[in-house]
Design a protein around this ligand. Structure first.
Ligand code: PXG
Length: 415
């Protein structure tokens, strides 16, 4: 990318976790203009559909886990989570279990900025505005070992945090709980990769208490973690998967919810009636055409295999070399999603302060050095386009090294 002065940047954040094919892919631009010329708009409401939407749905069914073969389309990740909210409650009504209405999300989870999305998410700074969360949404703690694990091993901690779900269900009563909602790996919250014990235990619990499992794939989906979905990487069987961002590489706004067969069947049964939900731009044909072209390129150019076998492991190995840096408490990654924790003391994992000074200083030094990344507190976040090469990863690492050195100097030089 180049700014208005012509300064060049490496965008190691892919716009906002989304420009997975990188900027300037002609095929995506052509897909948009061709569809625009052929049919710029038609709705999906009255038993009608359009070709790009039908083909996109078919293609998504072919790449999603085997038990997922239906899609609902909308305009964004937030709308996808609002759709989940309405769909899940309607599902339990149709199942004759109308008391199952409460959603359990996680503190520091992110599911969007609409009323339902921000409520399902657990961002305190969002909840403070507008009296959120709305009724019927509660939260448990996150599986963030580095920040909150204390003296427990990651495995012990992962189990403990997963078991908070069971305690919460017992407190509310399983007959009142509709769904558990979580990202496979938290994105905006700080690229938090749960300990290996976490997801197996969560899945045991949702099964035991007959709770739907909503796995938000808005960031993890479409190759980010080295498989089509975060669910594939972490071996999670979801009932509903919100998607957006990498679905179109951000070229046009489109989101959706991928729906497991047993849930979709409930809505298709005779006497179920319509789910009275949808948006003017649900399955917008131009957005769908671009999404379809995007998914086809990811598949035909073996981009996911390359992330899994080449660039992902290469990034992990290069990041590992930064762990000796005095500021670095941990590096972690899954595919091309990576975090660097900045600390004052490596052993106790303590921070310089609670204001995220180290993180924002590192981000500013990186930017001054031509590298775009994001800081959440003192956690540096990387989510480069999936087409990044190993040579570009070398450039990324040398720019981060310099930013770390400059940050360390700032923090340790007496003023
Ligand atoms: N779910 C997840 C997991 C997300 O990351 C959304 C839903 C909402 O998608 P839309 O398309 O409505 O924005 C997201 C979005 C950040 C940041 O600061 C992250 C997102 C959005 C804005 C800022 O990292 N993620």
């Amino acid at each position: 990318m180049w700014d208005e002065q012509g300064t060049q940047y490496l965008d190691a954040f892919a716009g906002l976790w989304c420009v997975n094919l990188g900027y300037g892919r002609k095929e995506l631009i052509d897909a948009a203009s061709q569809q625009m010329a052929q049919l710029p708009y038609y709705n999906l409401f009255f038993n009608t559909s359009t070709e790009p939407v039908i083909n996109l749905a078919k293609t998504l069914a072919s790449i999603a886990p085997a038990h997922i073969n239906n899609a609902f389309f909308c305009g964004s990740g937030s709308e996808a989570n609002d759709t989940v909210f309405r769909m899940v409650r309607r599902y339990w009504d149709l199942k004759q279990q109308p008391t199952k209405k409460i959603f359990i999300g996680r503190h520091n989870g992110y599911h969007g900025s609409t009323v339902a999305g921000a409520s399902l998410g657990g961002m305190g700074y969002m909840h403070k505005q507008g009296d959120l969360p709305i009724n019927g949404v509660v939260h448990i703690n996150q599986p963030y070992w580095f920040g909150e694990g204390g003296d427990l091993t990651p495995e012990e901690f992962g189990l403990q945090r997963a078991q908070e779900l069971e305690s919460k269900i017992l407190e509310i009563g399983a007959d009142n709980v509709a769904a558990f909602v979580a990202e496979p790996i938290q994105g905006a919250g700080g690229i938090i990769i749960p300990p290996s014990t976490y997801w197996p235990e969560i899945q045991r619990i949702v099964k035991k208490y007959n709770i739907l499992l909503v796995v938000d794939e808005v960031i993890c989906g479409f190759g980010r973690t080295g498989n089509w979905f975060g669910c594939d990487t972490l071996d999670i069987k979801a009932d509903l998967m919100p998607i957006a961002k990498g679905l179109s590489s951000g070229y046009l706004p489109i989101g959706g919810v991928l729906i497991a067969d047993h849930v979709a069947e409930t809505f298709k049964q005779e006497n179920s009636g319509d789910l009275n939900h949808g948006f003017t731009y649900s399955g917008h044909p131009v957005c769908a055409a671009v999404a379809l072209a995007n998914v086809n390129i990811i598949r035909d150019e073996n981009i996911i295999e390359n992330v899994q076998q080449n660039t992902g492991p290469y990034l992990a190995a290069q990041l590992q070399r930064l762990s000796d840096h005095p500021l670095v408490g941990e590096v972690r990654s899954a595919g091309l999603l990576a975090a660097i924790e900045l600390v004052k003391d490596k052993t106790s994992r303590s921070r310089f302060d609670s204001k995220g000074t180290a993180g924002s200083s590192c981000r500013d030094h990186a930017l001054a050095n031509g590298l775009i990344l994001r800081a959440t507190g003192d956690t540096m976040l990387l989510s480069p386009p999936l087409v990044i090469t190993n040579t570009e990863i070398d450039q990324l690492i040398s720019k981060i090294s310099l930013a770390l050195d400059n940050t360390y100097n700032d923090l340790t030089t007496p003023k």
